[in-house]
Design a protein around this ligand. Structure first.
Ligand code: ZN
Length: 300
């Protein structure tokens, strides 16, 4: 069969909606649908029906790529690969993507949504040309995907960068923190819900006051510095709802450069970090683009 005709089934599984698409190997989307995230008993048959219909019209599906909310088993060597683990979402714990996609007889790659977006940005977004890229989202939660040579890195599970400890000056910031596990970890201090819990509104709704923006930038910079020291990425991308706050990316660049204190010297780290710390390029398309990229991995 001609390479260009191989078809990929892609799923962006989010907390409120699923986007499912049938795409050509080159990324061209032939058809797509949106399914509300109810229970697997409702979602999975709707997914199967969509892919059967799309396949009947366009041809057989050669691979599936899934970029999903978690926690989910993303270890291809695990017998539970593709299974939701401890998610509080009713019905989803124990649900497995292979149960619905297996009937198509095509290989399946399952990754976290953040790793999917990281891969998409690395291939066709703000990380194009980078060998090692770290993509972080700061929104409802905080997570990082590190992609090296086209592959998301992991250990025995996907990374949990949102829960690293951060220095907490309780005089400057008396807020106790929002994380149910750690209180004042990074996510507990700097994710969207922590900001609203602390100040009653989002940073943007507060008018992006410089002192508050600098406080949040300081916490996020702790992650940026850690990513540099642990992974030496060619670039850091910071996206998600919180990062859209006016002034936050420039404040993050300043705080990161200050904390690195000139210790790491490399061409990648430009003075001012304007080329090094950047916003994402794909916006809302990153999710489904990432799922298609994962499907491409499953093909090969
Ligand atoms: Zn935490």
């Amino acid at each position: 069969m001609d390479m260009a005709t191989r078809l990929i089934g892609a799923i962006e599984a989010g907390g409120t909606k699923f986007i499912a698409a049938l795409a050509r190997e080159d990324g061209t989307i032939l058809t797509q649908t949106r399914i509300p995230t109810q229970t697997p008993a409702e979602c999975f048959p709707a997914l199967a029906a969509f892919f059967h219909e799309a396949s009947a019209e366009h041809g057989p599906i050669s691979a599936f790529g899934v970029a999903s909310f978690g926690p989910i088993d993303v270890d291809p060597a695990s017998p539970a690969y593709g299974t939701f683990t401890t998610t509080p979402k009713p019905g989803w714990s124990g649900a497995r993507f292979h149960d619905v996609l297996g009937q198509f007889g095509a290989p399946i790659v399952v990754e976290t949504d953040v790793n999917g977006a990281a891969l998409a940005e690395a291939q066709s977004g703000a990380g194009a040309g980078c060998t090692t890229l770290a993509y972080t989202t700061v929104g409802t939660g905080i997570g990082t995907g590190v992609v090296r040579a086209g592959k998301p890195l992991m250990g025995f599970s996907h990374y949990e960068s949102g829960h690293i400890p951060v220095p907490h000056d309780r005089v400057r910031d008396p807020f106790a923190g929002h994380c149910p596990y750690h209180g004042d970890c990074l996510e507990g201090m700097a994710a969207g819900p922590a900001i609203v819990d602390r100040w009653g509104q989002s940073l943007s709704d507060l008018g992006s006051p410089a002192d508050k923006v600098a406080l949040i930038a300081g916490y996020v910079a702790q992650l940026a510095v850690s990513l540099v020291l642990l992974h030496m990425p060619d670039r850091l991308i910071f996206g998600g709802g919180v990062m859209k706050t006016p002034g936050l990316i420039p404040a993050l660049r300043r705080a990161t450069e200050q904390r690195l204190a000139g210790y790491v010297r490399a061409d990648q780290l430009d003075p001012g970090l304007e080329r090094y710390i950047v916003p994402p390029a794909l916006g809302d398309a990153a999710g489904i683009t990432g799922a298609i990229a994962l499907g491409r991995q499953a093909l090969n």
